[in-house]
Design a protein around this ligand. Structure first.
Ligand SMILES: [Zn+2]
Length: 387
């Protein structure tokens, strides 16, 4: 049942990936015939799907799923901003249709369903609203899945937009009309596609956070660590800047897994610190690895990055034998400690929940952070009461 979605390969074992250039929805028509023409260095990780995730404040990001050659986990990337593209996702796969590409997220801009080809002809210069699309349907409305499997035709629109701080410009529209056994491409270039890196944002290296899964801290409201707070803060910063990547690695409990992490928590309740607890369970103090993160960052076409971290180990490992350069380390100050430094601890508002503004505090967190500074080289300014 398992489907091998790995990219085709021509040589083995390297974490670097030099795959064909990004293929947009609009370029599929010409690219499909030459899909396998380019020599490929086998990647360590590759993106199998991506989708738009709207968030409560009206912003959105694209969640990317990665498979890899290191473990059986599906690692993730939260990608903010339209300029950052996955090379492996965009690569044209032999035999795939426009709808195939849209289903796995290999399109540019935004997609909207338009149930009839006639409706598509009504779109002259940009978005068609959902209401307009619905009113254009006289009989039945088909889902995308139905559209691709039924003989009657339907139309999917892929509308490419470029958003800057001041303007929103519709640049390219591609529509794929799907019939029972024929895929037709009708690509309209409403205006020339701009270079994706022509804006001033290209000058600034994007923010990147390499974040390891923490069920307890992100989902379980735990005050033993600040992982949920760090994830929220990284997302908040990337939303504000309109660009960035959270590489979300599925390595719970600094790589020992959730079950072993719970055992470590019991040892911590006996008085051992987070490092000693791991060692007593015959684990390393930190068993996380970053070669998959390195491969994902490379797949997203990033070289100069600003890394959100307090952990020097991440900087060393993500740049090791790599073209990736950390041009700036952006510290992640624990919110409760930041409040102490600024003398506003008493006014600190603690909110629960993993979506936004979660601020963690408590004696367990303080002990955890002190251990990270004293035993794991983390670069955090420790407040006087805990020194
Ligand atoms: Zn945690």
């Amino acid at each position: 049942m398992a489907v091998d979605t790995r990219p085709s390969t021509s040589s083995s074992s390297s974490s670097t990936s030099t795959i064909v250039t990004a293929a947009t929805a609009a370029s599929v028509a010409s690219a499909s015939a030459s899909a396998s023409a380019t020599a490929i260095t086998e990647p360590l990780a590759w993106c199998t799907a991506r989708a738009r995730i709207p968030t409560p404040d009206g912003s959105e990001y694209f969640l990317h799923i990665y498979e890899n050659r290191v473990d059986r986990k599906e690692h993730l990337a939260f990608v903010f901003g339209d300029a950052i593209r996955s090379t492996s996702l965009d690569r044209v796969r032999p035999g795939e249709t426009e709808v195939d590409r849209i289903k796995r997220g290999a399109y540019t801009g935004r997609i909207r369903p338009v149930p009839t080809a006639q409706a598509a002809t009504r779109v002259e210069d940009g978005w068609i609203s959902h209401a307009e699309a619905s009113s254009a349907v006289s009989s039945s409305t088909m889902t995308t899945a139905e559209a691709s499997s039924r003989a009657s035709s339907s139309t999917l629109l892929a509308t490419t937009t470029t958003t800057t701080t001041t303007t929103t410009t519709t640049t390219t529209m591609a529509s794929a009309t799907v019939d029972s056994d024929v895929t037709m491409l009708d690509v309209k270039a409403l205006s020339p596609s701009p270079s994706s890196s022509s804006s001033s944002s290209a000058v600034t290296a994007p923010l990147v956070r390499i974040h390891s899964e923490c069920f307890t801290g992100e989902i379980g409201h735990s005050a033993r660590c600040d992982c949920g707070e760090q994830l929220d803060e990284a997302i908040r910063l990337m939303k504000a800047q309109g660009s960035g990547v959270v590489v979300y690695l599925r390595q719970e409990g600094r790589g020992i897994g959730l079950g072993e992490k719970l055992k470590a928590y019991n040892l911590q309740d006996l008085g051992y610190d987070t490092v000693m607890a791991n060692l007593l369970l015959n684990h390393g103090a930190d068993e996380r690895t970053y070669d998959v993160a390195q491969a994902i960052i490379q797949d997203l076409g990033l070289e100069d990055i600003r890394l959100l971290t307090n952990n020097p180990d991440k900087i060393e490992k993500v740049t090791e034998n790599s073209s990736i350069r950390v041009v700036e380390r952006v510290p992640m100050m624990p919110k409760s400690w930041e409040a102490i430094h600024e003398g506003r601890e008493d006014s600190l508002e603690v909110k629960e929940g993993a979506v936004e503004n979660k601020i963690v505090r408590g004696k367990e967190l303080n002990a955890y952070l002190v251990t990270k500074v004293s035993r794991m080289r983390h670069m955090i300014n420790v407040p006087v009461p805990f020194q």
